[in-house]
Design a protein around this ligand. Structure first.
Ligand code: FEO
Length: 394
């Protein structure tokens, strides 16, 4: 059980979860994750910033015992989700004098989720500070990154921003700091795409809110710590910006090959005309990779056969997810096939209500695609080119 020092008297006491492969029973974790908790020892008081997933509470408790921490005065809770708060009840048993410090909204959620008694809390306002003696914690409300109660904690003297989920990455690693940027960048982008992207506009505001903070270290609650914060700040500014790339995400399912034939033709045609295709066969794809592709793309084309008069169920599930993730897509179209009829196009369109998008004429083949269907696909590519030329493409 390794306890590591970030700066003098500030320690990482978190847990690395090398084996976890699914989060929220939804999100693939190909690289595991970590739950970062931090111990801040002031001259007069000691604070623990966030805790760990309850499945790994013995790791956190073992590290506190190893450091012979006899007293914790404050447990700072930046976020009520259980992967960071779930070990608070155990810590309150271990340190009965400790108070949970958080904002009123987070307090209410912790009472609901973890049944923590009301008298265990100290609530703080946005901008309020708490002195540990020679170290000062400042609390910064940052609602909706990604729950409504989230806040950040800034350690003034050490210039550390404890950002909880914001700027995090699902990445199990033995490196305390984000040294290997090639490895960290895609993990952080995956995390942004899966967790933060629905709140892109709020993130823009929160980035502006912390812009003038003097930050030397960003210490999130998942993945490695950023001692070169410009790397992650620049990445978040880019991902959350309104700029899109000359890319078309293509989600597809094909049962007997008609839709697949159209997708293959469409991919080739996009490539020949200079648009980057990003195709995802939904029966095989990692939805995290699909989410990453949606961070930057200007266009999505959803491609489905017709099943029981509607889209394939895999298309329905992915359209629901895409709509919930609210990517900054500007254009959408549909490709598909049918044998005797149905309302596939209408059903898919109706599922994309969150996306402010320009709908481009779909291409639907009756049976196996024929010459006129390939010509229609060529027109679709030309339409996408014209649309991309008319907007802010990087
Ligand atoms: Fe890592 Fe929103 O919890």
């Amino acid at each position: 059980m390794i306890v590591r020092e970030l700066t003098k008297d500030v320690f990482w006491v978190g847990a690395v979860d090398w084996d976890r492969r699914l989060f929220d029973e939804l999100i693939p974790l190909p690289d595991g994750t970590s739950y970062n908790a931090y111990l801040v020892k002031g001259k007069d008081r000691t604070a623990l910033i966030d805790t760990v997933d309850p499945t790994m509470e013995d790791v956190l408790v073992g590290k506190l015992k190893k450091r012979e921490i006899k007293k914790v005065d404050y447990v700072i809770s930046n976020h009520a989700e259980q992967d960071h708060s779930g070990t608070i009840p155990r810590l309150l048993e271990l340190y009965p004098g400790a108070k949970v410090v958080t904002n009123p909204k987070c307090k209410a959620m912790l009472v609901d989720l973890l049944l923590i008694p009301d008298d265990k809390f100290i609530t703080v306002d946005d901008g309020e500070t708490l002195s540990l003696g020679n170290k000062t914690l400042e609390f910064i409300y940052a609602p909706w990154v990604h729950w409504p109660e989230t806040m950040l904690t800034y350690l003034r003297e050490d210039k550390i921003l404890f950002s909880c989920d914001l700027f995090g990455a699902h990445l199990a690693t033995s490196s305390l700091f984000a040294k290997d940027k090639v490895k960290v960048y895609p993990a952080a982008k995956r995390y942004y795409a899966e967790i933060m992207m629905p709140f892109r506009k709020v993130i823009q505001k929160n980035l502006a809110k912390i812009k003038n903070l003097d930050v030397e270290i960003v210490a999130p609650s998942h993945g490695p710590i950023h001692n070169e914060p410009k790397f992650i700040f620049d990445a978040y500014r880019d991902w959350s910006s309104d700029n899109v790339k000359n890319e078309a995400v293509i989600t597809y399912v094909s049962m007997h090959g008609s839709t697949r034939k159209m997708v293959d033709y469409f991919v080739d045609s996009l490539t020949a005309k200079g648009i980057t295709p990003l195709p995802f066969n939904l029966t095989k794809t990692d939805i995290g990779k699909l989410a990453i592709a949606l961070v930057d793309a200007a266009t999505i084309v959803i491609c489905s056969p017709t099943v029981l008069a509607g889209p394939h169920p895999q298309i329905v599930a992915s359209a629901y997810l895409i709509n919930a993730l609210r990517p900054k897509l500007k254009f959408v179209s549909i490709i598909g096939s049918y044998s005797w009829g149905g309302k596939m196009v209408d059903v898919v369109k109706a599922m994309l209500t969150n996306l402010i998008i320009d709908f481009i004429e779909p291409v639907i083949a009756k049976g196996y695609p024929k010459e006129q269907d390939f010509e229609a696909l060529d027109r679709l590519v030309d339409n996408i080119i014209a649309k991309h030329k008319g907007c802010n493409i990087m």
